[in-house]
Design a protein around this ligand. Structure first.
Ligand SMILES: [Ca+2]
Ligand SMILES: [Ca+2]
Length: 215
């Protein structure tokens, strides 16, 4: 999230059905205005107009609406880190999202600590019954900024055959170079394939099925 406590603005993990949607204005984390959508926001700048607390916070917010005081606010805000009010410390932080399709519970963990959960039938209530949506991250900065980055736990890679100089009509060896804090317990079918293609083609969103439990 950068290394300046005076920086801004934050990022959002976003589920949404239209892969080309983009957000607006710095305080919107690149998520503002994207609808329908489910977002887990990590916000490092206090916008009083959104009801932001002074500390760096995490929340679950629907339909690109960053205001914590209306019905699009599902959970939070709480501190993004369980141990500090500041997440802009120059360190990588693990971010785990879990969707339990049976209990309709979306949970978020940072650095291994549970932060918050929201219970809602997102497929029915947000996506009009469509279980196939895209995931990705948005982010923004404004007059105050930070270098905000994310990397995925799923890490496909490829290698050329020794001496190979081109890929047209020649094969490329793909392999899984994923490093995870715990075993990746469910990554099959469309998610696994799309993750590989996404990584290689630099597509910002890949499709997943909300019926699956993400770990
Ligand atoms: Ca903010
Ligand atoms: Ca901060």
């Amino acid at each position: 999230m950068g290394n300046s406590d005076a920086g801004a603005d934050g990022i959002a993990f976003v589920l949404q059905p239209i892969s080309t949607s983009v957000g607006s204005a710095g305080g919107g984390l690149g998520y503002s205005g994207i609808t329908p959508a489910v977002g887990i926001t990590i916000d490092t700048w206090q916008n009083t107009s959104d009801g932001d607390p002074a500390y760096d916070h995490i929340a679950i917010q629907l339909n690109g609406n960053l205001d914590h005081s209306n019905t699009n606010s599902i959970a939070g805000p709480v501190t993004a880190l369980s141990t500090s009010n500041n997440i802009e410390d120059g360190n990588w932080h693990s971010f785990r999202i879990s969707w339990n399709a049976a209990t309709k519970t979306l949970s978020a963990y940072v650095d291994g600590s549970f932060r918050l959960a929201g219970i809602k039938d997102f497929v029915a209530d947000v996506f009009s019954g469509d279980p196939l949506v895209f995931w990705g991250f948005t982010g923004s900065t404004g007059g105050f900024n930070n270098l905000q980055k994310f990397k995925t736990a799923l890490n496909p890679a490829y290698r050329f055959i020794p001496g190979q100089k081109r890929c047209i009509n020649e094969s490329i060896a793909f392999f899984d170079s994923t490093i995870s804090f715990t075993p990746v317990v469910k990554c099959t079918g469309i998610l696994a394939m799309a993750a590989r293609l996404t990584r290689l083609m630099r597509i910002p969103y890949i499709p997943i099925r909300l019926a699956e439990i993400i770990r």
